[in-house]
Design a binder for this molecule. Sequence first.
Ligand code: HEC
Length: 121
Amino acid sequence: MKRSLFFVVVIALLAGVTLLTAEQKDLMEKKTRHAENIFRALALGDLKLVSSEAKALDEITVEAGFDDRPKKYAGYGREFLKSVRSLKKQADLGNLAGSYYEFTRMTGYCFSCHEHIRDDG
Ligand code: HEC
């Protein structure tokens, strides 16, 4: 009886971990799609689309709650979010050069956060 209870707990924990990873993957999948859309919209000079895609990216990042994560990780999340908001601002101002710049900064945070996660194993 005790033994089967132990297995139930282990399976529940494993299911929880898998679910979390799947959720994170799904989120990153969405992030990648929005980032691609922004890239394409910038190439076309469609700043309205850049603005709405940046807004979507902002919202899903807030949902992810990076602030609950370890300090360094949350730091990258915050910087990422700041750059997404600056990008939206530049797009709303109709500033194409400023939007190019902020987009480049934003993608830099995608990479630095991933690199940091990999370093921590
Ligand atoms: C604050 C940290 C952070 C930022 C910023 C961030 N990511 Fe991620 N990313 C993660 C984490 C955590 C994972 C999951 C890593 C793992 O479990 O191996 C991940 C995984 C991914 C994956 C792999 C998903 C899969 O199916 O395995 C992709 C693609 C990805 N991110 C794209 C992006 C893009 C594009 C951006 C920027 C627009 C971005 N990420 C910004 C933390 C971040």
